[in-house]
Design a protein around this ligand. Structure first.
Ligand code: UT7
Length: 332
């Protein structure tokens, strides 16, 4: 049996916002943003929602996989920016695409959410409970950032990426002799550091409490602390996942990292002693889309023919929580 990704898709809002445009909103510069982050522009919703973007990405992933929506058995939407708390985004996506037989729920592991979703789906498929799943990372972070806060509003973008994974009964051995499928998963969290990247929803409030002030509901971040966490944790987590799989850095063809900051990605490559050319990036064009970064990058590479059967990939991310994870897989 093999569990393989047989379709990918992405959806981005049309509206591009350049660094120059942001200079009109906050005291910043194209030079500062590029130097500190690598980001040049991002897509910002002018009406797209987490659900509409997720549904479009799912349709494209299904089309590539040659599957009908009615065949989908599980839909997982990873998001930290839903428009509704109830119903969850996955149920809304199920309805829009017509995946009437699919179980559906959301999960939130912030920027590592897509990875955690992929791992969750893998565990379901491995157990035999379901034979296929759609996993989506979808975010409209533009509604959670304070557009007067230059330390956060320049970083994020909106978008969605999806994959369709399925179980095939036979073992898929690629031309290079590698067996397709997921080889290792490592997930972790450091909840004690949760305060360094947060966004509060409603506090406890009810008819039995005296009225309190509502907190603001913007993203607050200690960028330097998140940076320090990422440059240490991501390489350590990748190394641990590789060890689990009995592999080394040299065995990996591509590292698809969470697209938060070019400096973080360069630092991870350096710490792993891996060639930077193995770390594709798209953050220059789309910014940090949280849970959507990895599946959007995966779809870009897949559609551009830059991932071949038998390639061994590491997907790795980190995010609010703080959460982190790495997944090693052979593309089939
Ligand atoms: O998905 C996970 C999401 N989070 C992350 O990945 C965040 C990881 N951290 C980072 O990427 C970096 O810490 C940032 C890009 C957020 C910030 O870069 P930094 O090199 O750590 O800058 P800093 O926070 O130390 O700020 C340096 C200076 C400060 O001014 P002073 O105090 O030195 O006068 C900031 O006020 O840069 C100032 N600054 C800005 N200046 C122009 C902060 N934001 C901006 C801005 N434009 N947009």
């Amino acid at each position: 049996m093999t569990i393989k990704i047989s379709g990918t898709g992405r959806a981005l809002p049309e509206h591009k916002v350049t660094n120059q445009k942001l200079q009109e909103l906050v005291e910043t510069s194209d030079e500062w943003i590029r130097e500190r982050t690598g980001i040049g522009e991002r897509r910002i919703s002018t009406g797209d929602t987490v659900v509409s973007l997720a549904a479009e990405a799912c349709r494209k992933a299904l089309e590539m996989a040659g599957k009908a929506a009615s065949e989908v058995e599980l839909i997982l939407v990873a998001t930290c920016s839903p428009e509704y708390l109830l119903p969850c985004c996955a149920c809304q996506v199920q309805s829009i695409i017509g995946a009437v037989h699919g179980a559906a729920f959301d999960l939130n592991a912030a920027c590592a959410g897509f990875l955690f979703g992929l791992d969750t789906a893998y565990a379901y498929l491995q157990s035999g409970l379901y034979k296929n799943a759609l996993i989506v990372g979808s975010e409209v972070l533009s509604k959670l950032v304070d557009w007067k806060d230059r330390s956060t509003c320049v970083l994020f973008g909106d978008g969605a990426g999806a994959v369709f994974v399925e179980t095939v009964p036979e073992e898929l051995i690629c031309d290079n002799g590698r067996k397709a499928g997921i080889e290792a998963i490592l997930q972790g969290a450091d909840g004690a550091k949760g305060g360094i990247l947060s966004c509060q929803e409603r506090p406890v409030q009810n008819a039995f409490l005296t009225e309190q002030e509502m907190p603001d509901s913007y993203v607050h971040m200690n960028g330097q602390e998140v940076y320090k966490f990422a440059v240490k944790k991501v390489p350590a987590c990748i190394q641990a996942a590789l060890e689990k799989a009995g592999l080394t850095v040299e065995d990996i063809d591509l590292f698809l990292l969470h697209q938060a900051n070019e400096r973080i990605i360069r630092s991870v490559a350096k710490r792993l002693k891996a060639d930077l050319s193995k770390f594709p990036m798209n953050l220059q064009r789309v910014g940090n889309m949280s849970s959507a970064t990895i599946p959007v990058l995966l779809d870009e590479l897949n559609r551009d023919g830059r991932i071949q059967k038998g390639d061994r990939l590491v997907l790795s991310g980190f995010g609010a929580g703080l959460t982190y994870g790495a997944t090693v897989l052979v593309w089939g």
